[in-house]
Design a protein around this ligand. Structure first.
Ligand SMILES: Nc1ncnc2c1ncn2[C@@H]1O[C@H](COP(=O)(O)OP(=O)(O)O)[C@@H](O)[C@H]1O
Ligand SMILES: Cc1ncc(COP(=O)(O)O)c(N)n1
Length: 266
């Protein structure tokens, strides 16, 4: 039997809500074969990030080679890459192995405020990784960092930011509106270089949103692995994340994770 294959290149969240763990759970729920390359171990729970332990470049390179020289993949998601060195290695390998369907989630700061990308790595992210992307999925603070602007406060400003990020090289930009204040609709905007598409859902009133960005981008990656279009993939991911937040899990003492198996029980 053949099956769509998806790879996540990201950090491990031992608490299971974000990073590699969120991605693999999402791949499984979306019926694709999931693989992982771990860039960084984090000691993390619902209260925050307590330690960051980057893997050696040799260890990351060996994981990438092991997958690309044998199994291959139909799509790739990148998450927490942390350093310039790791970004440059990942970009080189994705180019060398001519990997298509690259989804870049430009992870920068954890919900609790911990930095997940070193400041000096931003240039490498913009220059070397962004141009390889079929789609990039920044949240509003990440879009501001990428563009060097202070704020994005309206849907009009989201549209302008999406267009400006698209000029940096990714084919498609999905600017996520989870952080848009004073709005009871959670709106994500897809810009494909020509047109804007809007993906809207009712904003859910919950603090338990740990891993929403990872889960959303992983769902897009899974749908692309099955051969779906960008539009279809984002629409599926939006439905998936909505259900996962609606029934998010009140576990631990802080910001709980989303419920990856929510749609299975609907
Ligand atoms: N409270 C919420 N209710 C419904 N959807 C949300 C909520 N918060 C975020 N989302 C959705 O979850 C996804 C991740 O969004 P966002 O919070 O902006 O990213 P990140 O997790 O990277 O900070 C987007 O599809 C967004 O619209
Ligand atoms: C390893 C890892 N990768 C990504 C995130 C971001 O997830 P979130 O912003 O939803 O907390 C995280 N907290 N940890």
């Amino acid at each position: 039997m053949s099956v769509g294959k998806a790879l996540t290149i990201a950090g491990s969240d031992c608490g299971g809500g974000a990073g590699i763990q969120a991605d693999l759970k999402t791949f499984q729920e979306r019926d694709v074969y999931g693989m992982s390359v771990i860039t960084v171990l984090t000691a993390q729970n619902t209260l925050g990030v307590h330690g960051v332990y980057p893997q050696t470049i040799e260890a990351i390179e060996a994981q990438l080679d092991a997958i690309f020289q044998d199994i291959g993949t139909d799509s790739v998601k990148t998450g927490m890459l942390f350093s310039e060195e790791i970004i440059n290695l990942v970009a080189k390998k994705l180019k060398d192995y001519e990997i298509k369907n690259i989804v870049i989630d430009p992870v920068m700061i954890a919900k609790g405020g911990a930095p997940l990308l070193q400041k000096q790595a931003m240039t490498a992210l913009k220059m070397n990784l962004l141009p390889l992307a079929r789609v990039i999925t920044p949240n509003i603070p990440e879009a501001c960092e990428i563009l060097g602007i202070d704020k994005i406060e309206t849907v009009e400003e989201m549209k302008e930011a999406a267009a400006n990020i698209q000029l940096l090289g990714p084919k498609n930009v999905v600017l996520k509106g989870g952080h848009l204040e004073g709005n009871n609709i959670a709106v994500d905007i897809l810009f494909d270089g020509n047109e804007y598409y809007y993906f809207e859902s009712k904003r859910i009133d919950t603090i338990h949103t740990h891993g929403t960005g990872c889960t959303f981008a992983a769902a897009i990656t899974a749908e692309l692995a099955k051969g779906n279009s960008i539009n279809e993939s984002v629409a599926c991911a939006k439905q998936f994340i909505q259900a996962a937040i609606e029934t998010s899990l009140n576990i631990g003492k802080g910001i709980g994770p989303t419920n990856h198996s929510a749609l299975r029980h609907k």
